[in-house]
Write a protein that binds this ligand. Sequence first.
Ligand code: AMP
Ligand code: GLY
Length: 430
Amino acid sequence: MKVLVIGGGAREHALCRSLSLDPDVTALHCAPGNAGIAEVAELHPVDALDGAAVADLAQRLEADLVVVGPEAPLVAGVADAVRERGVPVFGPSAQAAVLEGSKAFAKDVMAAAGVPTARSYLCTTPAEIDAALDAFGAPYVVKDDGLAAGKGVVVTEDVETARAHALACVGAPPAPSRQRGSVVIEEFLDGPEVSLFAVTDGETVVPLQPAQDFKRAHDADEGPNTGGMGAYSPLPWADPKLVDEVLQSVLQPTVDELRRRGTPFSGLLYAGLAITSRGVRVIEFNARFGDPETQVVLARLRTPLSGLLHAAATGTLAALPPLRWSDDAAVTVVVASHNYPGTPRTGDPIGGLTEVAEQDAPGAYVLHAGTKKDAATGEVVSAGGRVLSVTATGTDLAAARERAYRALGRLTLDGSHHRTDIAARAAGES
Ligand code: AMP
Ligand code: GLY
């Protein structure tokens, strides 16, 4: 199978790594990719947001499968453009990707499908905002109703901070995927968060193993929200019935509702869940693999990835045998640039990559996010906020954690920061 992956983060590096180890994959391409992906796939300098250019590339490469990684190309209709050319594509249509692109749409789908989520109000005026903030009380949860790369959500004890964010959301220029100037204000959900991914062809839903992400920038969940600073899987503390329960109460009803509306969702349905004292609640849906959770979920998947994604892209998931998983645990730790998640500094050289790759750190490997090869020096340098995702497996979380941090210790990146407590609690270490 010839596969083309769209995107260039650590999630896409994880996808490419699994595909490069898959015996059914005969050729692997990526656009635009990064310095790490270049080691396992042929890179193509094509704009991931340009549907026609991606479809042209897929046809020229005679790709049997296109896998779209990030949300922005999905919302921009890149999967539709590829599908129109008759090339199987893993990723939802622009219409179905609105499940991620608009919080208000997601709430509407959940209400219709009877999916448990936080109670919420969609507000467009200052009076509605004040009424909603009053109704729920602190802590306040205020969400921009559009794609905001995880930065549109404010959770705060301070009503003035909540009000200011809500007013900024309704005053901001409207993105194409959202209603004019709207903000979602919702009840605070207490309890641990779980990311559960499911592969679906629009009808059959195949859940993957759950993972936990660490959203705050600093140890002990301090500091600003980020795209994710680390992840682990499995979740030793979770109820073994969790995946089945979420399949029945969340994933299947959501997929069924989108099909009923005439906008079937095929690709990766990501449920961000809160395990509250009153049961499981959906915090958000995403229309693509999560980053960095993908790094740990794929590290444990034994079923060849190409067959799974191709079955989703061609509507044949019902015939796929049950997924196989490793008993190993996996941990990934993100190395972020100086000043991430603010305006990150880029262009710093990254040291130690060869040492880790040459198995100086057994069981661990480095997945690249924002990296590129400096044209003049040939050095790998930072090129984004999240730079590397150091991933390791082990017989349990403590072993995986130890390996990941040992490998991370070999790497150098001036001014970088990372969390030291990824999976520590779950491993029984704090
Ligand atoms: P979202 O973009 O909706 O995933 O929100 C980003 C983060 O904000 C989530 O991962 C949670 O940590 C937090 N968050 C969002 N909604 C809620 C909520 N209703 N209650 C508590 N925390 C929330
Ligand atoms: N790690 C969170 C996300 O991918 O949205």
